[in-house]
Design a protein around this ligand. Structure first.
Ligand SMILES: Cc1cc2nc3c(=O)[nH]c(=O)nc-3n(C[C@H](O)[C@H](O)[C@H](O)COP(=O)(O)OP(=O)(O)OC[C@H]3O[C@@H](n4cnc5c(N)ncnc54)[C@H](O)[C@@H]3O)c2cc1C
Length: 411
C-alpha cells in the first residue's frame, strides 16, 4: 500500500451478493476489509435459484472481481438465455409479448444469468481470511475517536473506520443511519422452485421451452415463469480447470420456476401459505394447473421439492436517504425490490462497485468517509430508483390477468 493511503478499515455486515462483491472490490483496490455473516456456511437456505444478470450488473461484477474469479464467473454462467422472452396461455398458444433485446446477445463470454449458489462461491473465492461465518450482528456503537464497533451475538466485536450494512431486506443496521422505511408488501405471492433439466425432460419438451425465459399466463390470472439455467461449464469442472482446490459446489442444469398470484387468490391465510413446505407447495401448484397443457404439466412433475419456497414480494419505495457518515447501507438493506424485475442483486453489485470507488477516494485522503458516503448515495439513488420503478411495474403486470401491457417493461 502506498504511503499516501490512510489504511481505512472497512467492516461489512452480511456476506450476501452485495457484501461479498464489495469485499472483492475493496481488496482489489487495496483496502482492508472484513465481512461478518450470520449463516454458518456459504450454503444458506433457499438460495438454489438462478439470477438474471444485467449488462450493468455484469460490468460491476467484473469491476470488483480479480481476473481469476472473473474467469470462473464467465465459465459457470448460463449459456442459453438471451434469445428473448416467450409468452403463452396455459394451452401453450403463443401470445404477443415485448421484444427484449440485450446488447450482449452475440457475445460468447456474456454473463446474463448465473446460479445464485455458484455466484456466492465465486464471490467468496480468495476471501477465506476476510469472511467470518457464524457471526450474527446485534448492535453497533460509534466511538468518540471516529471508529465504529460492531457487536455480535457470540460476544465478539469488530472495529473499523467504516461499517457497511449489507445485511439484506430485514436489515438491523439500516435503522442506525436513520432509514426507518421497511419494505412494503406488494400483494404478490410466489412459489419459487427448481426443476432439474433431466435428459428425459429435455427430450420431452419443445425446444422453445428449453431456451427461453417463458411466461405462461393462465386465464384465471395465475402465472408460471420458467427460466433455464444451463451452465456453460459445470461448476466443479470449472473450478478444477481454473482454480484447483476451490470448492464451487456442483449442479446440473435446471429451470427456475416462479408461480405467482395475488395474495387473495391463494385461498388461505398468509401464515398458512408462507408455512407450506416444498411438497405442499408443489401440490398447490399442480392443483392450480390441472387443466394446463400436458407439456407444462410434464415440466412440473420434475420439480425438486427440497428447493421450493414461498415468497411474499416486498419493495422499498421511495428509497430513503440517510445522513452520510461512517455507517453506510448497501443492497436490499436500503432498496429491496420485487424479484420479478430481476435486478435486486444487480443493483447490490452496482452499489458495491460504486462504494468501492468512493471509499478508495477516502482511503487516498481525497475526501472524508462522510463525503464518500454522500457521493455513493447520490449515484446509487439515481440507478436504484430506476431499478425499483421497473421492478414495481413488472410486479404490477404480474398481478394482472391476461392483458399484457408492453409499457410495463419499458423501465
Ligand atoms: C427468489 C428470488 C429471485 C431473485 N432473482 C433475482 C434476479 O434474477 N436478479 C437479481 O438481480 N436479483 C434477484 N433477486 C433479488 C436478489 O436476491 C437480492 O436483491 C440480493 O440478494 C440482495 O443482495 P444483498 O447483498 O443486499 O442481500 P442478501 O443477498 O440478502 O444478503 C444479506 C446477507 O446478510 C446476512 N445477514 C442478515 N442479517 C445479519 C446479521 N444480523 N448479522 C450478520 N449477517 C446478517 C444474511 O444472512 C445474508 O447472507 C431475487 C430474489 C429472490 C428472493
Amino acid at each position: 500500500m502506498s504511503t499516501s493511503r490512510r489504511g481505512l478499515r472497512v467492516v461489512v455486515i452480511g456476506g450476501g451478493v452485495g457484501g461479498l462483491c464489495l469485499a472483492q472490490g475493496l481488496r482489489k483496490a487495496g483496502l482492508d476489509v472484513s465481512v461478518y455473516e450470520r449463516d454458518d456456511s456459504v450454503r444458506g437456505r433457499n438460495q438454489g435459484y438462478r439470477l438474471h444478470i444485467s449488462p450493468e450488473g455484469e460490468r460491476a461484477l467484473r469491476e470488483c472481481l480479480p481476473d481469476r474469479a472473473q474467469a470462473l464467473l464467465t465459465a459457470t454462467a448460463n449459456s442459453r438465455y438471451g434469445y428473448g422472452m416467450a409468452i403463452y396461455d396455459e394451452h401453450l398458444n403463443a401470445q404477443p409479448g415485448p421484444e427484449i433485446t440485450d446488447p450482449r446477445a452475440n457475445e460468447v463470454t456474456k454473463v446474463d444469468a448465473v446460479d445464485r449458489v455458484t455466484l456466492r462461491r465465486v464471490l467468496l473465492a480468495g476471501l477465506d481470511e476476510v469472511v467470518h461465518f457464524g457471526k450474527r450482528f446485534t448492535r453497533h456503537e460509534s466511538r468518540p475517536d471516529g471508529k465504529v464497533v460492531a457487536h455480535f451475538a457470540d460476544g465478539t466485536v469488530a472495529t473499523g473506520d467504516v461499517l457497511v450494512a449489507a445485511d439484506g431486506g430485514n436489515s438491523l443496521l439500516r435503522r442506525a443511519v436513520g432509514v426507518r422505511a421497511e419494505p412494503r408488501d406488494l400483494g404478490v405471492r410466489t412459489v419459487f422452485g427448481r426443476i432439474p433439466l433431466a435428459a428425459e425432460l429435455r427430450r420431452a419438451l419443445p425446444e422453445v421451452l428449453q431456451d427461453r425465459f417463458t411466461w405462461v399466463i393462465g386465464s384465471d390470472g395465475h402465472k408460471l415463469g420458467l427460466m433455464p439455467m444451463a451452465f456453460r461449464t459445470r461448476p466443479a469442472e470449472a473450478a478444477a480447470r481454473l482454480w484447483p482446490g476451490l470448492d464451487l459446489g456442483d449442479s446440473d442444469d435446471y429451470f427456475m420456476s416462479v408461480f405467482s398470484m395475488h395474495r387473495t387468490a391463494t385461498g388461505m391465510s398468509d401464515d398458512e401459505f408462507l408455512a407450506m413446505d416444498g411438497t405442499a407447495l408443489w401440490e398447490f401448484v399442480r392443483e392450480r394447473t390441472a387443466d394446463w397443457h400436458p407439456d407444462l404439466r410434464t415440466v412440473l412433475r420434475y420439480a425438486d421439492v427440497a428447493e421450493t419456497f414461498p415468497v411474499a414480494v416486498r419493495a422499498t419505495a421511495p428509497i430513503e436517504l440517510w445522513e452520510p457518515g461512517t455507517v453506510i447501507p448497501l443492497g436490499d438493506a436500503v432498496h429491496a425490490m420485487p424479484p420479478s424485475g430481476g435486478v435486486g442483486a444487480n443493483t447490490a453489485v452496482r452499489d458495491a462497485a460504486t462504494l468501492t470507488r468512493a471509499l478508495l477516494l477516502a482511503d487516498r485522503a481525497e475526501c472524508s468517509v462522510a463525503e464518500a458516503s454522500k457521493q455513493y448515495q447520490a449515484e446509487m439513488l439515481a440507478y436504484a430508483t430506476e431499478a425499483t420503478a421497473m421492478s414495481l411495474q413488472v410486479a404490477k403486470w404480474s398481478l394482472k390477468r391476461i392483458d399484457f401491457d408492453e409499457s410495463v417493461l419499458a423501465g
